[in-house]
Design a protein around this ligand. Structure first.
Ligand code: FAD
Length: 382
């Protein structure tokens, strides 16, 4: 069989799994190339633990160059363009030909879309800012901490609520009297998961004494005055501001022929194939409309499970076997409470007319489950 080249763009949750799975499924005559602008893979969920000092950065990162030991070629370069007709990925220094392409470039962050974000807020989704936040928390003297969501969609719908719960528990542990508040344009926490999950998370916030302002869009951050200005003209004061920045499709995708008007890539919801033959997209860079009208949330669990399907089907195609695996819309999520416990939600997001999601009572075992998942993830794929 002639050797094929599979090029995977992005070494995050989705790309990492595709590369590993394909390497296991295909012989050495087939080339697997993983391209990422960063030298390392970051296990994003641990950013929340890093914030409160439960992790150090080196415990949640792995060098993507380690994949070479497994026979995966790693190229650390920025993807500058893709020529779908010629089947070529362009970086700033080279052109890389492919037979199959998997795009898993995630979402880009645009904090600057809210004036004053960079000056006034810690970016909860950026490693360097979370390190700065962790260091500043120890000396924090104020009495009001705000967690703010800039816009929808954003990855990991639970993350801002977990951040608020973790911060609240951190301040309590430090015997500091700090009012934590969540400000979000969402009508309820995790709206795609339905009203039961939303009201459960809202009641967790309430029981912890965290103030919650849904349906609130922040227009600007006045860093000098330490105030948020909302779209409806209110001013919300803060001493510390932790922000989920605005998200958008990666620039290289947004302007390409494969993207929808929104910039995200439409795919077949079951096979993750794009409109172009032999080109697949998975994870946060995609847009998959659900029966409820909302899109499938951006979360690592989906990137992971989609990656398994795509890797299986590409390997099957190369081996001339029927490509039968389909992504069924299942997903799950741990919700950290900050006191050593976590909640757990699991469900099917392709259910009609709306996702069907069940909740489990918070407990210490779910927190331990999340820790074990982190350890497994970094062991399994490196
Ligand atoms: C604080 C936080 C907590 C989270 N917690 C959870 C959780 O508990 N559960 C969950 O399911 N999800 C969670 N997520 C979301 C999860 O991390 C993402 O949804 C997931 O990583 C998406 O995978 P992906 O492969 O689509 O993109 P990513 O993992 O973001 O990977 C994209 C990769 O592409 C690279 N890249 C981008 N553009 C280029 C370019 N032009 N050239 C080269 N490389 C490029 C990036 O460097 C990156 O490595 C969390 C996210 C955050 C920030």
């Amino acid at each position: 069989m002639a050797g094929r080249t599979i090029c995977i763009l992005g070494g995050g949750s989705g790309g990492l799994v595709v590369a590993n799975k394909l390497r296991n499924a295909l012989g050495a005559e087939h080339k697997i190339i993983l391209i990422d602008k960063l030298s390392y893979h970051l296990f994003n969920p641990s950013l929340l633990w890093l914030m409160v000092g439960w992790r150090r950065p080196e415990q949640m990162k792995r060098d993507l160059g380690l994949l070479k030991r497994k026979g995966i070629d790693f190229v650390q370069e920025e993807v500058a363009g893709i020529d779908f007709n010629k089947q070529v990925v362009k970086t700033n220094t080279q052109d890389i030909n492919y037979d199959y392409l998997v795009i898993s470039l995630g979402a880009d962050l645009y904090p600057e879309r809210i004036a004053g974000f960079k000056e006034g807020a810690y970016n909860l989704y950026q490693l360097s800012d979370v390190i700065r936040l962790r260091d500043d928390l120890a000396n924090f003297k104020g009495d009001k901490a705000v967690v703010m969501v800039s816009s929808i969609p954003f990855k990991c719908p639970a993350a801002p609520y977990e951040a608020a719960l973790l911060l609240n528990a951190y301040f309590k542990g430090q015997k500091k009297s700090v009012q934590v508040q969540v400000v979000s344009p969402e009508p309820q926490p995790m709206p795609v998961a339905g009203p039961v999950v939303g009201s459960h998370v809202a009641s967790l916030l309430n029981m912890s004494g965290i103030q919650y302002m849904p349906n609130t869009t922040v227009k600007a951050i006045k860093a000098d005055k330490k105030e948020l200005e909302t779209a409806d003209g209110k001013n919300i004061p803060f001493d510390m501001l932790v922000g989920v920045p605005s998200h958008g499709a990666p620039a290289v995708i947004k302007n390409s022929s494969i993207a929808a008007e929104t910039g995200w890539i439409p795919v077949n919801a079951r096979s993750l194939q794009t409109k172009i033959e032999n080109v697949y997209a998975i994870g946060d860079v995609t847009t998959i409309p659900l029966a409820s009208g909302k899109p499938l949330p951006k979360a690592g669990v989906f990137a992971h499970l989609e990656a398994e399907v795509v890797a299986h089907n590409i390997a099957a195609k190369i081996k001339n076997q029927p490509a039968v695996n389909e992504f069924n819309g299942d997903g799950y999520c741990f919700v950290e409470l900050g006191d050593g416990r976590a909640g757990f939600a699991k469900g099917n997001f392709y259910a009609e007319p709306a996702p069907s999601v069940s909740l489990w009572r918070p407990g210490r075992h779910w927190h331990i489950g999340k820790v074990l998942f982190e350890k497994w993830w970094l062991w399994k794929w490196f």
